[in-house]
Design a protein around this ligand. Structure first.
Ligand SMILES: Cc1cc2nc3c(=O)[nH]c(=O)nc-3n(C[C@H](O)[C@H](O)[C@H](O)COP(=O)(O)O)c2cc1C
Length: 532
């Protein structure tokens, strides 16, 4: 364990951006090896999915309160909506001769390392098996056909599994050593995006925490060397149970049934050449997860529903209109009511997306640098997402912080310091203007000790951060403003601001929310051409 902890700490420290030295990355971008943004498996039977999301009436404001619609049955059209509103394309953009796709899930550098898989019993319109989702064409590639009755029996109740994997090379091509962190953030965004889309169909989502990485690789076919050949490998991330019942599928039985499956397809190669980042191999090994026991169901703190935001949009609309702001105007102010309402959605509540996907208590808190919130003094605030963490957070931070309770009673928000933190926010966000021009910026402060005790949980901490980010993206849209994830930040500058001196807590992701300035040079096109 000490060896793993050592490897983890080494990666964590070396992948930090510092004011005088960025984490190791490529000196310049090698355009000849720019990865293809889409993984596909040549030679698989393909199942076109209907574009059915516009038939979904669910309002976003109901989901954020945990008021799910009556559960849909599981058929091809419902599965299509699940993918369309989570991993599907949301638009094509172009500038001059360049054209690129945006998706419902955000991704650092728009590189999209995350791949999605469906594992299902026979459903109306879809036979039982393992499928890869190809977002470019909104279709399922049938990787494995499984006729064995044990496959169907293993599911035992209404629901499907969605598998998530990462192609680390996609991010490493641009970001080098720090790329692994971004892949984990992106995975967290995807978990949340799936949880929201499933909830819009009336389904609950649960992370299958007991699953070992090797089992996930086996179930998704990621360990089938011949099918990948020289193509870039995919690392197993997570399995999500999406269904109407708490009864989870029997993974052992599924694995036995898969032995009889017929597999199809060969993975496409994304780049002709690659640069190896041995530190990414090392952190991957250090955080490899063996089978664990399924944790007991969580006992989340009871909380009132969040106050209603400014806009009342359908979930389908909000999922597809979500965008990252490239610039903020530096003048927009949000009201304190809107701010408190966004923060309320960052707190875990039972059976409410996206937090229904996680079983562990909240381990990440938000240190907020408030610049432009009407009715709130600019300065440093702390949202303590798990009340048990409050004494430790106080102990680890500057003794002079005020810790004055702020906002409505049930919101665990504390005012630490009145100050104009715009310059600090810009510096911490690697000198990016959006840090200062936002209404507020934040650092996600994770209980890092958890990762030092159980290294595979390092990944989970990033996932929780990504889920917080996805919530903020949607909340910003509902409040009529916009958000942007910030993977590029100076880790230790944030720790220095807070007064954190050791590895008990570490800032793992940053975020900004504000009034967006659109880039008018870009043209936008619909995500899919509808076939007559
Ligand atoms: C993990 C992560 C880190 C990001 N880091 C930054 C950043 O440091 N600066 C920035 O301007 N945008 C950042 N972004 C925003 C991405 O550039 C954006 O998601 C991507 O270009 C796709 O655009 P979209 O979010 O509008 O779909 C980040 C996004 C994610 C998910």
């Amino acid at each position: 364990m000490d060896r793993l902890k050592h490897a983890l700490l080494e990666y964590h420290e070396h992948s930090k951006h510092r004011v005088n030295c960025y984490a190791p990355g490529p000196r310049e971008l090698d355009w000849t090896n720019q990865p293809d943004p889409f993984r596909e498996f040549y030679g698989t039977p393909r199942i076109r999915l209907p574009l059915a999301a516009d038939t979904l009436a669910t309002r976003y404001n109901e989901l954020r309160c945990g008021a799910l619609p009556p559960a849909h049955g599981f058929d091809l059209s419902d599965v299509a909506i699940l993918f369309e509103l989570s991993l599907g394309l949301s638009a094509w953009k172009s500038s001059g001769a360049q054209r690129w796709a945006l998706r419902c899930n955000p991704s650092s550098g728009n590189l999209h390392p995350t791949e999605g898989y469906l594992l299902c019993p026979a459903l109306p319109g879809l036979s039982g098996g393992v499928y890869h989702y190809l977002s470019r064409d909104h279709l399922l590639e049938r990787r494995a056909a499984v006729d064995d009755p044990r496959w169907t029996e293993a599911f035992s109740s209404n629901g499907v599994l969605v598998g998530i994997s990462s192609i680390h090379w996609r991010e490493a091509w641009k970001y080098g050593m720090r790329a692994w962190r971004y892949c984990q953030h992106d995975c967290g965004h995807v978990i949340a995006a799936l949880s929201y889309a499933a909830a819009a169909l009336g389904w609950q989502t649960r992370l299958v925490e007991a699953a070992a990485d090797d089992a996930v690789a086996n179930l998704l076919g990621l360990d089938r060397g011949d099918d990948f050949g020289v193509a870039e490998v995919e690392a197993p991330d997570a399995l999500l149970w999406i269904g109407n019942s708490e009864l989870r599928p029997d993974l052992e039985r599924m694995l036995i049934a898969l032995d009889t499956a017929q597999w199809h397809g060969r993975a496409n190669q994304l780049s002709p050449g690659h640069v190896r980042w041995p530190q990414i191999d090392s952190i991957r090994r250090a955080t490899h997860k063996s089978r664990t026991r399924e944790p007991p169901p969580p006992n989340p703190e009871r909380r009132p529903a969040p106050p209603t935001p400014a806009l009342d949009l359908s979930f389908a609309r909000i999922a597809r209109q979500r965008r990252s702001a490239v610039n903020f105007d530096g003048t927009t102010r949000v009201t304190d009511a809107a701010f408190f309402s966004m923060l309320a959605c960052l707190l875990t509540r039972p059976d409410t997306p996206p937090w229904n996907a996680l079983t562990c208590p909240a381990a990440v808190h938000a240190a907020l640098l408030v610049h432009r919130v009407e009715g709130l003094e600019p300065g440093l605030y702390m949202l303590v997402r798990n009340s048990r963490a409050l004494p430790d957070l106080k102990l680890s931070m500057r003794p002079e912080w005020l810790w004055l309770k702020a906002g409505p009673d049930p919101l665990p928000l504390y005012f630490l310091l009145p100050y104009d933190l715009r310059a600090a926010a810009k510096l911490i966000c690697c000198h990016q203007d959006i840090g200062a021009d936002s209404c507020f910026a934040l650092g996600m402060i994770a209980r890092f000790e958890i990762a030092l005790k159980q290294p595979w949980r390092y990944r989970h901490l990033f996932w929780e951060c990504g889920m917080l980010g996805q919530t903020l993206y949607l909340e910003a849209e509902a409040a009529g403003v916009r958000a942007t994830g910030i993977g590029c930040f100076f880790d230790d500058e944030m720790h220095a601001l807070l007064g954190m001196e050791d590895h008990t807590w570490q800032s793992l992701y940053h975020f900004t929310v504000g009034g967006a300035v659109d880039d008018l040079r870009l043209s936008a096109f619909p995500p899919y051409v509808v076939q007559p």
